[in-house]
Design a protein. Structure first.
Length: 287
């Protein structure tokens, strides 16, 4: 068996001195144990002696004050500053806390975590309910859409599930109704349009089978399902109904903006009302 190289060698935690700070530290320590990664702790704001001592106390308490780990304090606008630090520190994964559902005004303006998820150039883990005693992720749901990024996203989800000893992983293929409507709009007879749809779905199924075959799944229980509906919406709904612990999706192909929240991009359905913890996978070296 060929050992898979972890895609997360440097993991950053965006720290705010909130009531959930300790739980987030516990979660990243657990993650460090699973992926044998180096940690970068990022705090944007004034560096007061009191806060510096408090952070040192927390890191020592959780056994995170190791020489290989790094603490970065910087003043500035939180979102852009964190993005700059992640790029300069070559961070592979940014971890942040996020509320399951924001108020309408916060959704439009965007909380810091959600703004980061739309702009960051590395993978990002949004934890909705970080626990001081981490429970891991037993049930994962991952995007199986026909897209160039999907193979890497599934491979990452499988590795994540294996490292956390997860019980099951569901791969969801979303039938984009707009794509099906486009087929029907072509100058094809009804039976020809039906055959063309079958061909496309068959090709997508074959691609997915090849991706799964090439992934080192071990004893992980893999379930695949095809659901028709708006991409992003149906997989979020599925994850909520199945009470998944982690939803894994592709990163957007371009930075999202306000217009994407008015006319939602696939990822916006998950961000608007998080069904569970969310892992957005950004391929290394990707734009």
């Amino acid at each position: 068996m060929t050992e898979q190289i972890s895609p997360f060698s440097r993991v950053a935690l965006a720290i705010a001195f909130s009531p959930r700070c300790e739980a987030l530290l516990a979660e990243v320590k657990f993650l460090q144990e699973k992926f044998d990664c180096k940690l970068v702790f990022i705090h944007v704001g004034n560096k007061t002696l009191q806060e510096e001592q408090y952070l040192k106390h927390l890191l020592h308490r959780f056994g995170l004050d190791k020489p290989e780990n790094e603490v970065i304090w910087r003043e500035g606008e939180p979102v852009e500053t964190i993005i700059e630090i992640c790029q300069s520190a070559q961070v592979d994964l940014l971890v942040a806390g996020a509320l399951e559902k924001e108020s309408l005004i916060n959704y439009v303006l965007g909380g810091v975590s959600r703004q980061l998820s739309r702009k960051i150039k590395c993978s990002m883990l949004l934890l909705t309910e970080p626990n001081i005693h981490p429970k891991g992720f037993n049930h994962l749901v991952v995007e199986g859409t026909d897209h160039p990024k999907t193979e890497n996203t599934i491979a990452t989800a499988v590795l994540w599930a294996r490292n956390y000893n997860s019980k099951s992983l569901d791969i969801i293929q979303e039938n984009d109704l707009s794509k099906i409507a486009l087929i029907r709009s072509e100058e094809l007879k009804e039976h020809e349009a039906g055959e063309r749809k079958k061909e496309i779905l068959s090709e997508e199924d074959q691609k997915l089978k090849e991706i799964i075959r090439c992934s080192d799944c071990g004893n992980l229980a893999i379930h695949t399902e095809r659901i028709e509906g708006k991409p992003g919406y149906v997989i979020s709904k599925y994850a909520r109904e199945k009470e998944a612990d982690l939803l894994v999706i592709n990163s957007p192909d371009k930075p999202l903006n306000l217009l994407d929240r008015v006319f939602p991009h696939d990822m916006e359905y998950a961000l608007g009302n998080l069904p569970c913890n969310l892992l957005i996978v950004h391929p290394k070296g990707g734009e």
